[in-house]
Structure formats: structure tokens, C-alpha cells
Design a protein around this ligand. Structure first.
Ligand code: ZN
Ligand code: ZN
Length: 213
């Protein structure tokens, strides 16, 4: 499954473009660099017309650019139901928008649930609800190629923070262990470098750092 990576600039999350008959974009950055991001996307995949922007969780560094991107492409925005209310109401605190000094306009979103399938036409990504970083954090997993898009639940070098509003340490531990049980091969995290071929090893190490594995 072709996944194109735009490593986050400044505070922006990484942004992933999954191409196919029905391309999707995963995460949208803070919104501070959306123009540049859109330029990069049009250079990378000319004429790309994603119909869906999937947000891995409610935090501003992932959702801030979503409205502008959705308007540009005429796309809908998907987010797990447990994080949906915060972006529908533009809640500055639990999205961390106030911490980043960002504005967040309420946005209309489609609610995702654990086990939902998002199709790119060529491939199917399964929604995995992974609470812990936020209560509505989710990952996308494509079984055939072993691709895991993990948001801020787990990175190349550690697990996500659990001390922010709606975060929970035992939840994130359980979520990361569940992800490991899927035996992912490639890890596309919300921040930092992508891990090719050794995703499970990286996740195991991240759990070790948590002191629980
Ligand atoms: Zn983040
Ligand atoms: Zn986050």
C-alpha cells in the first residue's frame, strides 16, 4: 500500500497520504503550515483528490489544518467518536489548542468506531481504537502489507504521553500491547521517523521504555 510521508514541520504532526482510487490523508498538522503542506501534496501527487481526511486523535497538532484541507479537496473529516465532540465544539483545552496558542474553529466530522474499515479502493485500512494518549485515539492498520499508522499512541522511540486531558497510562499500555499483537511490519507514527520492516521490534522497545514489557 503506497503511503507518502510528510514529516511534520515545527509543531506539526506527520501527515500521510495514502494513494489509491480513493486516496486518503491521515492527520493535518497544526494549520500553521497548511499552504506549504498543500503545495507539497500537489507536487508529490498531482491532481490528488482525497475524499477523506482521517484524524488519529483530537490534538491541535493533528487536527488544526483539517478544515482548510477538507475545504480545498471537498473531503470529509473522520475521527473516532470518543474524540469527535472536542473538535465539533472547538474545545481549546482538551485539544491542547490553548497550549499551542492556536485557534480551533468547530468542525463537522464523521464518527469512526473500532473495527471500521476505510477503503482506498485498492486497500483496506482497519480502525483500531487505542485509548491512552487521548480517550479517542485510534490507529489504522493494513494487514496485507503490515502497515500501522499509529498517531501519538506509539513512536519509533517510545509511547505517547498519557498525562494530558483524557489520557490514561494503563490504557496506553494495553493499547500498545494490542498493536504489537497485530505484528505490524512498518510503523508510520504521528511524530518522528517512519520505521520500515522492524515496526514490531521498535514497539517492543517502546514498551520496554515504559518499564512494563
Ligand atoms: Zn502529536
Ligand atoms: Zn497528541
Amino acid at each position: 500500500m503506497p503511503v507518502h510521508t510528510l514529516i511534520g514541520v515545527g509543531y506539526d504532526s506527520n501527515i500521510f497520504v495514502v494513494t489509491g482510487d480513493e486516496p486518503i490523508i491521515v492527520d493535518a498538522g497544526t494549520g500553521m503550515h497548511t499552504r506549504k503542506v498543500l503545495d507539497k501534496i500537489s507536487t508529490m501527487a498531482p491532481g490528488l483528490a482525497p475524499k477523506t481526511i482521517v484524524l488519529t486523535h483530537r490534538h491541535i497538532d493533528h487536527v488544526g489544518g483539517a478544515s482548510e484541507m477538507a475545504a480545498k479537496f471537498g473531503a470529509k473529516i473522520d475521527i473516532h467518536e470518543a474524540d469527535a465532540h472536542s473538535v465539533e465544539t472547538g474545545d481549546l483545552r482538551s485539544t491542547a489548542a490553548s497550549t499551542f496558542g492556536c485557534a480551533l474553529k468547530p468542525m463537522a466530522v464523521n464518527h469512526l468506531h473500532d473495527g471500521d474499515i476505510i477503503s482506498t479502493g485498492d486497500h483496506e485500512l482497519k480502525v483500531l481504537h487505542t485509548p491512552g494518549h487521548t480517550i479517542g485515539s485510534m490507529c489504522l492498520f493494513e494487514k496485507e502489507s503490515g502497515i500501522l499508522i499509529s498517531g501519538d499512541t506509539v513512536f519509533a522511540n517510545g509511547v505517547g504521553r498519557w498525562d494530558l486531558p483524557t489520557g490514561n497510562r494503563s490504557d496506553i499500555e494495553r493499547s500498545v500491547k494490542m498493536l504489537l499483537s497485530m505484528k505490524p511490519k512498518h510503523l508510520f507514527p504521528g511524530h518522528g521517523e517512519v520505521v520500515y520492516d522492524s515496526a514490531s521490534e521498535a514497539i517492543k522497545e517502546s514498551l520496554t521504555m515504559l518499564g512494563e514489557f
